[in-house]
Write a protein that binds this ligand. Structure first.
Ligand SMILES: Cc1ncc(C[n+]2csc(CCOP(=O)(O)OP(=O)(O)O)c2C)c(N)n1
Ligand SMILES: [Mg+2]
Length: 323
């Protein structure tokens, strides 16, 4: 661990946490409509993966605000998208589950559980044919690992030795369903280990996530086929804003809060004398400033025009064939 790395990881995780807390607040105020899935508690996964997988194509599920920010998306255009504003990354027409930016190779936000996995596999096939070194990263939840699309994806990726990293974010729950009720394996890497190299990392430890993804990236970049990684983590909030999370106990929540990824990184850095309290207070102040600016930007941005509703629905090439 270095001071520069502590700064980057702490700043991004804190930025992600505060972003989500503000998004929650503005959802309650009615500024944000539709679904909102918060990443609070899971920041080590979002930041560790995106910092390590810095080149290549990224496909995500719908719990993707912090992944997008850690990939380099400006929190302002992410917040504006949540507010449904024209200045949002998807022009305010996608919302929370559709943060998509080809400039960052971030094809994020798929509302269909496991629906993005076959698309990511297709992209990995294309990258292989194009002779691209950088591969594809696809993140999904424990619930998605029970879907047919998941098994079809790991099967063909393995058969064709595709350059893709499957990252299973195991937070134990698919909405209110505990993984142990619907899967023979709570350890998800058991599902993939006969298909490809499979690793596990601590999803509450940003450095462990970062190191594991870095190792996997080297494997896929060297054409050694697909890789599977499982990280166990926990969401502190309900599945989405309409879920109070009554199916789990306070004790269970407390166990994971004691492993909080942000507090633990800070504690480790203080112990190793890489930074002092003042240093973290300054980073916190910077985060507060950036998030307040993001909210201000989102609030003051215009709504999309009604005439734009049908724009960007089909790709340009398809406009000729679809009446
Ligand atoms: C194909 C499909 N089935 C059901 C749903 C409804 N649904 C939305 S999220 C979700 C749970 C997914 O859980 P998991 O994959 O563990 O991801 P997490 O929300 O925990 O990040 C379900 C069942 C959906 N969006 N798509
Ligand atoms: Mg889950």
């Amino acid at each position: 661990m270095t001071r520069a790395r502590v700064e980057k990881f702490y700043y991004l995780m804190k930025l992600g946490r505060e972003f989500e807390l503000k998004a929650k607040e503005h959802y309650m105020l009615g500024d944000i409509a539709g679904f909102l899935h918060l990443d609070i508690g899971q920041e080590a996964v979002s930041v560790g993966t995106m910092q390590a997988f810095d080149k290549g194509d990224v496909f995500t599920h719908y719990r993707e605000h912090v992944l997008a920010i850690a990939r380099g998306m400006d929190p302002k255009i992410v917040m504006a998208e949540l507010f449904g504003k024209k200045t949002g990354v998807s022009k305010g027409k996608g919302g929370s589950m559709h943060l998509f930016d080809p400039k960052l190779d971030f094809y994020g936000g798929d509302a269909i559980v496991a629906g993005h996995l076959p698309i990511a596999v297709g992209c990995a096939y294309a990258r292989k044919l194009q002779g691209e070194k950088a591969g594809v990263f696809a993140i999904f939840g424990d619930g998605a690992s029970n879907a047919g699309a998941f098994f079809e994806s790991i099967n063909i990726a393995s058969a064709w030795k595709l350059p893709i990293m499957f990252f299973a974010e195991n937070n134990y729950y698919a909405i209110g369903t505990h993984i142990s009720w619907v899967s023979p394996f709570v350890d998800l890497k058991e599902k993939a280990k006969n298909y490809m190299l499979s690793f596990e990392c601590d999803g509450m430890d940003v450095c462990d996530v970062y190191n594991t993804v870095t190792k996997a990236k080297e494997i896929i970049e060297n054409g050694l086929g697909p890789v599977f990684i499982e990280a166990k983590t926990y969401r502190y909030e309900g599945h989405s804003m309409s879920d109070a999370g009554k199916y789990r106990s306070e004790e269970e929540l407390e166990i994971f809060k004691r492993k909080d990824p942000i507090e633990n990184l800070k504690k480790k850095a203080l112990e190793l004398d890489l930074a002092d309290e003042k240093y973290f207070r300054e980073l916190d102040a910077k985060v507060e400033y950036v998030i307040n600016k993001a909210v201000e930007f989102a609030k003051n941005s215009p709504e999309p025009e009604i005439e734009e509703a049908l724009e960007d629905v089909f790709c340009k090439e398809c406009e000729n064939v679809i009446p």
